[in-house]
Design a protein around this ligand. Structure first.
Ligand SMILES: Nc1nc2c(c(=O)[nH]1)N[C@H]1C(S)=C(S)[C@@H](COP(=O)(O)O)O[C@H]1N2
Ligand SMILES: [Mo]
Length: 530
């Protein structure tokens, strides 16, 4: 059978006729290493061009208002995040925690490097095919860029330009390698381009990096100082402060680069099952009477004993007043809030209209919301996990029904409803710590937002549950600190904590994983007493 087929062309035969280049009798004698380097150089320089153009374009506000506008790397990453099946996402969060996005970007880089080296190798024999592969890669990136919520057509320009540069460089680079051998210049271009891409991407995705105008707006930020009402902090060293400093506040979202809205761009549209559709802008929002409220936010992905929870003072306008203006029609039971980058949360209507006064927050701990925490406006709803309530960069409220709409995480394996489960955590001593025998302050926090904490107990080894002292509870919408004075005796001991919420329910000892609606089980630590 193989005899019927024409013999494979010799490796040096090219489908492209080299024009005017000095060629030896063996065709393009490009070594695989030189060719791979040429591919890497062309691709990474082209990508750098694209990322730089995208960065500049989004600074100038030309590319749309979503996150990572125009960036092929960030857009492909975002498309992977949005398209990943739930189990893969859970695995990534469980394995890498909040470093999951970094891991994703590094993986994209590694795969891309492999593909570019492959394209370079392919270019040795099939330059046209290699160029077409680059173009195809570019087309996929353009699709990802344009499919980002908020992207405007010009967002495609950086990627198209970058691919053009890459194809040009590949074609001239391969010839150069062919004529003069692998050059140091190409190796440097490959390394330099890749480093540049990493830097530009990091600049855009690291929260707090001053790219573009920092939020320097006048907002009502509430009275200083945001240290919390007297007595809420038990003052035990090592316990997370009752008011978590903004810089230490946990951050969770699907945005590879936080959207950078300006207050001039910002609008909030209220529509759906309402009497009067309406849109408010920033000056209109600031004219409303603002409230200052201490509210604890918790993430449904928080493991027992974990730190994806934090308390801050939020300043904002109660969202129920906005909904009242629009006039909610009977039958609606959910508000689907949407951020500028297309993320959504489905919140029970009642939680946004009852006396808990969920906020459209503009300030956090006495300062405008940081970009990473939702600048210029986000939702904060006491008692519900963030994934069903705490929409950052919020631009739309659709009054609807659970039977009709669902939030971002619901089709990805998380429950449609996300009331916060009662939880408690030991902050000191740290698990595994060695302490001296005698009096030891065991302390931590407990939370059951919008139900409050009535009691906290600690158990030493298999002993009886003993009451901890509770710090003040200025609001049932925030967590509560507790301290247990332990007479520690020599040996290794297990300390366990449990809390009872304001309705008299003890938190369950049953161990459950975070999905679909929040982890449960008691937090335990082991300490060595010497
Ligand atoms: N736009 C947007 N808002 C979002 C999210 C998101 O992915 N995108 N994640 C939510 C989740 S899961 C949580 S726990 C909180 C976290 O808020 P923080 O980052 O300010 O702590 O934001 C919520 N708001
Ligand atoms: Mo979350």
């Amino acid at each position: 059978m193989s005899g019927d087929r024409p013999t494979e062309p010799p490796v040096w035969e090219l489908d492209d006729e080299p024009e005017g280049e000095p060629f030896g009798p063996g065709g393009w004698a490009v070594g695989p290493l030189g060719a791979a380097t040429a591919g890497l150089a062309a691709g990474s320089v082209g990508l750098l061009v694209a990322e730089l153009l995208a960065g500049l374009g989004s600074l100038a506000g030309l590319l749309g208002s979503g996150s990572g506008q125009g960036s092929p790397v960030l857009s492909v990453g975002a498309a992977i995040v949005d398209g990943s099946p739930a189990p893969l996402k859970e695995w990534a969060i469980a394995t890498f925690g909040t470093a999951d996005k970094l891991v994703l970007l590094v993986s994209i880089g590694a795969v891309l490097a492999g593909v570019l080296a492959g394209i370079g190798t392919l270019a040795r024999r099939r330059l046209t095919l290699a160029s077409a592969t680059l173009a195809l890669l570019g087309a996929v990136a353009v699709l990802a860029v344009l499919s980002r919520p908020g992207a405007m057509p010009p967002a495609a320009v950086p990627t198209v330009a970058g691919v053009g540069v890459a194809i040009g460089l590949l074609r001239s680079g391969i010839r150069r390698v062919a004529s003069v051998g692998p050059s140091r210049r190409q190796t440097l271009a490959a390394l330099g381009g890749a480093t540049g891409v990493v830097l530009v991407t990091a600049l855009r995705s690291v929260p707090g990096t001053p790219v573009g105008p920092a939020p320097t707006v006048e907002v009502p930020t509430g009275a200083p100082p945001p240290t919390g009402p007297a007595g809420a902090d038990a003052g035990v060293e090592g316990v997370q402060p009752w008011v978590v400093p903004t810089d230490d506040f946990y951050r969770i979202d699907t945005a590879l680069a936080p959207p950078r809205l300006t207050v001039a761009d910002w609008r909030l549209r209220v529509w759906g099952e309402v009497e009067r559709e309406l849109t408010i802008d920033w000056p209109e929002l600031l004219r409303q009477p603002m409230r200052d409220r201490y509210i604890t936010l918790a993430c449904v992905s928080n493991e027992v004993g974990g730190d994806l929870v934090g308390n801050a003072r939020w300043t904002g306008w109660p969202v129920r007043e906005l909904l009242a203006r629009a006039g909610v029609r009977p039958g609606a039971d959910m508000v689907l809030s949407r951020s500028v980058d297309g993320w959504t949360a489905g919140t029970p209507l009642a939680a946004l209209t009852d006396e808990r006064e969920a906020l459209l927050a503009v300030a956090m701990n006495g300062a405008p919301l940081p970009v990473a925490h939702g600048f210029p406006v986000r939702l904060v709803v006491p008692g519900l996990y963030g994934y069903v309530s705490a929409t950052k960069w919020v631009t739309e409220l659709k009054v609807t029904r659970f039977a009709v709409d669902q939030g971002y995480w619901t089709p990805r394996g998380w429950s449609a409803l996300g009331p916060v489960k009662t939880a408690s955590r030991i902050d000191v001593p740290r698990s595994g710590a060695a302490v001296r025998a005698g009096r030891v302050a065991v302390a931590g926090t407990a939370w059951a937002m919008h139900r409050g904490i009535r009691q906290v107990q600690v158990r030493v080894d298999d002993g009886d549950w003993q009451d901890a002292r509770l710090a003040a509870e200025p609001t049932i919408d925030a967590w509560r600190q507790w301290v247990f004075d332990w007479s520690a005796t020599a040996g290794s001991h297990v300390l366990t904590v449990r809390a009872q919420d304001g309705s008299g329910q003890w938190q369950t000892a049953d161990v459950a994983r975070a999905d679909p609606d929040g982890a449960t089980g008691h937090h335990s630590i082991t300490v060595r007493v010497g």
